[in-house]
Design a protein around this ligand. Structure first.
Ligand SMILES: [Cu+2]
Length: 381
């Protein structure tokens, strides 16, 4: 970086030796022969620019964020409590007749030995690891496919070449065979960073894209948060510094029809093919139904950021709704945010009123089917 900085300063010096700062207001280009009188001014100006560059690049040096992620086959329970935690008297209805299914997930490991998993907060549910980058950073993801079919990681928003697209059956990262590895290189450049109407960080999804439809329903979905340059907490902590807490919620109806129900999780048999078809549609937030998504808890007065994701098919028109608090969505005040499949929205709130509040999709059919949970504001004493 030092030598790069030097050459940058050097280039700047070459460019500005012909500038005359003695001109009123505007900078004027001078022919070489006319530079003698203003040499001292140039020297001062150069010193000033060099100092400025040193200070600014010192605090916002671009980094390479490195992650180790494996895809693995798991069993997933859509309601581990076995209960409807929002309306206990109503039970889980047809959606509770089968709860545990064979799924796939992305897991983050601490290093290239892939032995120690990075713990995730409870509220993340089925989501894969959340990756972070600051505008200008590079992201390196070492992907190990520990599952039983070819998989990939396709990221939205960040820059990549065809090898690193992780999709479309092309390039070396398009389909990573079971037992194989591939390292994805992405750039979180200014086109991946928050725009003029965005808050200080925004969310992007990544997902497997060999057979994208199947693999999203498999559970192979995670997020990348890109923070605006200068808004990161520290050089080694790329999360935004102007918030206290952040949550990410995925609104997706997992279609489990034609998928393997794990025998041990089956409580009752479906009574008809129609009932089975509905019961296998899990109207989930982060892969959990009827209040089984836990841990969305903040302190009163916390500045809270919500990264919202919509995925799925034509029935997946979701409207995320908070009780107890409004949010700012691109400068507009609301308490309902609409999500269509493949959309990503970042909204902010300051949690004002203590309570154990509903957080749910506002689509009537989805409320009935369990797309709801609670978020809690703990009073500050
Ligand atoms: Cu919905």
């Amino acid at each position: 970086m030092r030598s790069a900085l030097k050459s940058f300063v050097l280039k700047m010096s070459l460019n500005i030796t012909n500038l005359d700062l003695t001109t009123e207001g505007n900078v004027r280009l001078l022919p070489f022969s006319d530079t003698r009188n203003s040499r001292f001014t140039h020297l001062l100006f150069l010193t000033f620019i060099s100092a400025l560059l040193y200070v600014s690049t010192g605090s916002a040096e671009a980094a390479t964020r490195e992650y180790w992620i494996a895809a693995e086959k798991v069993e997933w329970n859509y309601a581990p409590s076995g209960k409807n935690l929002i309306r206990p008297e109503m039970g889980l209805d047809v959606w509770g007749k089968a709860l545990v299914y064979e799924k796939y997930r992305y897991f983050q490991y601490t290093d290239d030995t892939y032995t120690t998993k990075v713990e995730q907060p409870t509220w993340m549910g089925i989501l894969g690891p959340q990756l972070h980058a600051v505008e200008g950073d590079s992201v390196k993801v070492h992907f190990l496919n520990r599952a039983d079919k070819p998989l990939s990681i396709h990221v939205h928003g960040l820059q990549y070449d065809e090898d690193n697209e992780g999709a479309d059956m092309k390039g070396s990262g398009g389909a990573v065979k079971p037992g194989s590895m591939f390292t994805y290189h992405w750039e979180a450049d200014s086109d991946a960073a928050p725009g003029p109407n965005d808050p200080s960080s925004i969310v992007w999804i990544y997902h497997s894209h060999v057979d994208a439809v199947t693999e999203v329903y498999d559970g192979l979905i995670g997020t990348v948060v890109v923070t605006k340059k200068g808004m990161e907490r520290a050089p080694d902590d790329p999360r935004p510094k102007d918030i206290d807490k952040a949550f990410t919620t995925l609104f997706l109806i997992f279609n489990e029809n034609d998928r393997k129900i794990v025998e041990s999780g089956q409580s009752e048999a479906y009574e008809s093919p129609e009932e089975a078809e509905e019961g296998n549609l899990k109207h989930a937030i982060n892969g959990l139904i009827f209040g089984n998504l836990q841990g969305l808890e903040v302190q009163q007065h916390d500045r809270v950021r919500w990264y919202l994701i919509g995925l799925g098919t034509e029935v997946d028109m979701h409207t995320a709704h908070w009780h107890g608090q409004t949010v700012l969505n691109a400068g507009k005040r609301t308490d309902v945010v609409e999500l269509l499949p493949g959309t990503m929205v970042t909204v902010d709130m300051i949690a004002k009123t203590p309570g154990n509040w509903l957080y749910h999709c506002h689509v009537a059919d989805h409320i009935t089917a369990g797309m709801n949970t609670r978020w809690r504001v703990v009073p500050k004493h």
